[in-house]
Design a binder for this molecule. Structure first.
Ligand code: AMP
Ligand code: GLY
Length: 426
């Protein structure tokens, strides 16, 4: 098969690494890709926003499958447009990607199909939103409805913060994404990321992970796209997984089919495990980044076979096997992240660092004058496996110690919750 992978981050590097291991693969192309992906794929410059350019490339290169990494092109309808040209695509339609593209859409779906989630109100009007917040009180959560690159959520511990967040949203802080807001109940519990591979009718559980959103050790400082992750998530016991499938994922699959927008692709449920059980925080309609990196390290089966089955509506006949090992990834970011990261510093020593079995996925790198340089906020994902999360953690940090990149930084406690559990036996 000839495959085209769209995207340029660590998630796409991990997907390329796994796709390249498939005996089904003839040739992998990636656009735009990155230097790490370039080891497995021919990198091509395509204007991904121009779907007919992508389609023409697919026809010329006889692409058998397009795999879409990030949410932006999905919400913009790339899967629909390529399918209209007869091209097979792994990824949801525009209508199904509303599960990520509109938080209000997802909340209404939950209400209609009785899916456990935080109580909420949906507002296109500042005065009505403020009245709701004043009536409900703090703590409370304010969310821009649309895609805001992970920045559209405010956890307001006081009424003042909540009202200020509403002002910012309606003042255009998130552009069109904030023209509408969701205001919701503040949930407490432990968070987990739960993934399902979906073909429109069947959802196949596809791994669990926990990520670390705050930039600093001990979960301090501003939110990021994710500073590290590990898999599996201990809180997702077999019982919790079964409840999540029955109470959240399966009603979502039925609901989406019912609305004429069956979901095919990766359904990524952000969950809060509360005293009453799992509640949906939000959906994403693609793999998590960096969660994908740890999932790919643990997946024993051929990813291309599974993606094909999802595209062809054949998942009811499939299963996915996972290594019993834990996997853990640490994000190395460029100084300045999550504000404005410094670009262009030289990174050395990656081959030596990976010598004891760590995989180093490139998230934001470029080649400049023959040298590997930082070219983004999150730059490298240093990833390892072990029989315990603690062992995977040791290996990942040992690999980081061998990387020569003084301008990079990382958190030093990725996996702490699971490692504590392992040490205390709880
Ligand atoms: P999101 O961008 O929707 O993933 O939200 C970012 C983070 O905000 C989540 O990972 C949670 O940690 C937190 N969050 C979102 N919604 C809620 C909620 N209703 N209650 C508590 N925390 C929340
Ligand atoms: N790591 C969270 C996300 O991919 O949205």
């Amino acid at each position: 098969m000839n495959v085209l992978l769209l995207g340029s981050g660590g998630r796409e590097h991990a997907l390329a690494w796994k796709i390249a291991a498939s005996p089904l693969l003839t040739k992998l192309y990636a656009s735009p890709g990155n230097p790490g992906i370039g080891r497995f794929a021919e990198l091509v410059k395509l204007d991904i926003a121009d779907h007919s350019t992508v389609a023409a490339f697919c026809q010329e290169k006889k692409i058998d499958l397009v795999v879409v990494g990030p949410e932006g092109p999905l919400v913009a309808g790339i899967a629909d447009d390529l399918r209209a040209w007869g091209i097979r695509v792994f990824g949801p339609s525009r209508a199904a990607a509303r599960l990520e593209g509109s938080k209000g859409f997802t909340k209404d779906l939950c209400a209609k199909f009785n899916i456990p989630t935080a109580a909420y109100g949906r507002f296109a009007d500042l005065a009505a939103a403020k009245a709701y917040v004043e009536k409900t009180g703090a703590p409370i959560v304010i969310k821009a409805d649309g895609l805001a690159a992970g920045k559209g959520v405010t956890i307001a511990m006081t009424l003042e913060e909540a009202l200020a967040a509403l002002d910012a949203c309606f003042d255009g802080a998130f552009g069109a994404a904030g023209a509408e807001v969701v205001v919701e109940e503040y949930l407490t519990g432990e968070e987990a990321s739960f993934f399902c591979l979906c073909d429109g009718a069947t959802a196949l559980p596809f791994g669990t992970a926990q990520d670390h959103k705050r930039v600093g050790d001990g979960d301090t400082g501003p939110n990021t796209g994710g500073m590290g992750a590990y898999s599996p998530a201990p809180v997702m016991t077999p019982d919790m997984t079964e409840r999540t499938m029955r109470e959240i994922v399966e009603p979502t699959m039925r609901g989406m089919a019912n609305l004429g927008a069956p979901f095919a692709g990766i359904l990524f449920a952000g969950l809060m495990i509360t005293d009453q059980g799992p509640k949906l925080i939000e959906y994403n309609t693609r793999f998590g980044d960096p969660e994908c990196q740890v999932l790919m390290m643990r997946l024993k089966d051929d990813l291309l076979v599974l993606l094909n089955a999802a595209v062809d509506g054949q998942l009811a006949h499939m299963s996915a096997r996972w290594s019993d090992d834990a996997a853990l990834t640490v994000v190395m970011a460029a100084r300045g992240y999550p504000g404005t990261p410094e670009k262009g510093s030289v990174i050395r020593g990656l081959d030596e660092a990976a010598s004891d079995g760590a995989e180093i996925f490139h998230a934001g790198t470029a080649i400049n004058g023959g040298a590997l340089v930082a070219n983004g906020g999150r730059v490298l994902n240093v990833t390892a496996t072990g029989t315990t999360v603690g062992e995977a953690q040791k290996k990942a940090y040992a690999a980081i110690d061998r990387i020569d990149w003084p301008q990079g930084f990382c958190r030093h406690d990725i996996g702490w919750r699971a490692v504590d559990r392992e040490q205390t036996g709880k």
